[in-house]
Design a protein around this ligand. Structure first.
Ligand code: UD1
Ligand code: CA
Length: 467
């Protein structure tokens, strides 16, 4: 930021961010309004709103138009004042729709719903710069400024902004461009907006024409240079969206690494939400984190895991290709490879859930093991239980879900079915291949198993000639 010292915003001045989000976004080729397309799993507009909220603004207005119902349904936020722009007649016209909300002493900051990576600090800096000016423009320097409004200066001072379509060859050479973000006092902005006219190449009311008006009034116009151009990059198509998604993910990955997480390849992680992590966490490639995920110290997440809204405590290992959703994994657990922890899976200390095991809404007690090919649902399991391969809790009778209660130190033989509701007492052993439909007493062997027979003299069928 070129405004060096961060000034404190005058207390009497109230920040009023206005976010333009009325455009159609034709080039997205989508039924979804552009500003709802996500970056990091969150609508672009929500990113901008979140940055504006960090400014502790008194109110935030969003100018909506195309797909307004969808936008309002998705972004339900009491902090927002919604302002309708029925017809899109240009950025100046869009801002003018919110003129009735501007108080004279508001510090109005204009932002864009399709420019998702703008940082609160940058907006704050833009607003603070109004301490020394009447109109402040966030600009950036681009090697290829094509398409942007150019900052035209006279003796170093800003004179006006000329849009690409209105620019001559000389002006098109200028590589200082208008990011679109501007800040001005309500009293000035309202006056300038009233004077806008659509006499330009696009027949639009340009917000940028306020600059020449300010200069004509001998007001002070300054620029704040945004050093990271991706912060002010807009999204018009899915290629640009994908580019900003990578920028966003790169930053997420860097933040994690700086906080003590090892990423085996920082280019191959996706964070769609918030990940917090202790020290010496290791995350292998192609993992996706969704929602709020908390990782303790020394957690290892192997390749290709998808982890959503889950907590994983110290020293636990999530092996490759596991999928966790709303699960809780205590310390020293082992999950996967190829495990699925569904909502309400609660693994207590040192539990083990192995390959091709699905756990739903169940407590797996301390030190208990479900190592292979099992479904455990609606179950309370005590400690040091061993569930043999292929065990199924039959928790659903087609209408209702029923509970399975397994005591401590139970051993369930392989390929058993526990037909809930059912209780299995402490230290019980269930023989392999049993279908258990009545409660199992503690300390005993219980099994249901047909008697094994051998048929003497039985002959294998032989192939007949006529077929
Ligand atoms: C605008 C600036 C240009 C700047 C560029 C940066 C103007 C006249 N030009 O040009 O100087 O370099 O942004 O990206 O301001 N919108 C509405 N209602 C409208 C018109 C636009 O909500 O009536 C919204 C659009 O949805 C979009 C944003 O405002 O998010 C920018 O509008 P757009 O027409 O794309 O402006 P640019 O031509 O990109
Ligand atoms: Ca644009």
């Amino acid at each position: 930021m070129s405004v060096s010292s961060r000034q404190v915003t005058n207390n009497k001045m109230k920040l009023f961010p206005i976010i333009l989000a009325a455009g159609q976004g034709t080039r997205m080729n989508s039924a979804i309004p552009k500003v709802l397309h996500p970056i990091g799993g969150k609508p672009m507009l929500a990113h901008v709103i979140d940055s504006c909220k960090q400014l502790q603004a008194e109110k935030i207005a969003v100018i909506y138009g195309h797909g307004g119902d969808q936008v309002q349904a998705k972004i339900q936020d009491d902090a927002i004042t919604w302002v309708h722009q029925a017809e899109q007649k240009g950025t100046g016209h869009a801002v003018a729709q919110a003129a009735h909300l501007m108080h004279d002493d508001d510090l109005v900051v204009i932002a864009y719903g399709d420019v998702p990576l703008i940082k609160a600090d940058t907006l704050q800096c833009l607003a603070d710069s109004l301490q020394n000016a009447d109109l402040s423009i966030l600009t950036t320097l681009l090697d290829d400024p094509t398409g942007y409004g150019r900052i035209v200066r006279q003796q170093g001072e800003v004179d006006c902004i000329v849009e690409e379509k209105d620019a001559d060859t000389a002006i098109r050479q200028i590589n200082e461009v208008n990011s679109g973000f501007i800040a001005a006092k309500g009293v000035d902005l309202k006056r300038w907006l009233q004077q806008l006219s659509p006499e330009n190449a696009q027949g639009e009311y340009y917000l940028t024409d306020c600059v020449a008006m300010a200069v004509a009034e001998e007001k002070r116009v300054i620029t704040v240079i945004c050093e990271n151009p991706s912060e002010v990059e807009g999204v018009n198509n899915r290629l640009q969206q994908a580019k900003l998604e990578r920028e966003y993910q790169t930053e997420q990955a860097q933040n994690l690494m700086l906080r003590g997480v090892s990423l085996l390849d920082p280019a191959r992680i996706d964070i769609r939400g918030n990940v917090s992590a202790g020290k010496d966490v290791i995350i292998d490639v192609n993992c996706v984190f969704i929602g709020t995920v908390k990782l303790g110290n020394n957690v290892i997440v192997e390749a290709n895991c998808v982890i959503q809204d889950s907590v994983i405590d110290d020293n636990s290992v999530i092996k490759a290709n596991s999928v966790l959703e709303s699960a809780s994994v205590a310390e020293n657990c082992n999950v996967g490879p190829f495990a699925r922890l569904r909502p309400g899976a609660d693994l207590q200390k040192s539990a083990k859930v192995g390959n091709f095991v699905e756990i739903k809404k169940s407590i797996i007690g301390e030190g208990s093991k479900v190592s292979h090919l099992s479904y455990i649902g609606d179950t309370y399991m005590g400690r040091d239980v061993n569930i043999g391969a292929g065990t199924i809790t039959c928790n659903y009778d087609g209408v209702n879900k029923h509970l399975t209660q397994i005591g401590d130190h139970v051993f369930i033989g392989s390929s058993s079915q526990l037909v809930a509701p059912i209780k299995v007492g402490d230290y019980a052993t269930v023989g392999a291949g049993s279908t258990i439909s009545r409660d199992v007493p503690a300390n005993k062997l219980t099994l249901t198993r047909p008697i094994q027979k051998t048929i003497n003299g039985w002959q294998r069928p032989t192939k007949k000639n006529n077929n």
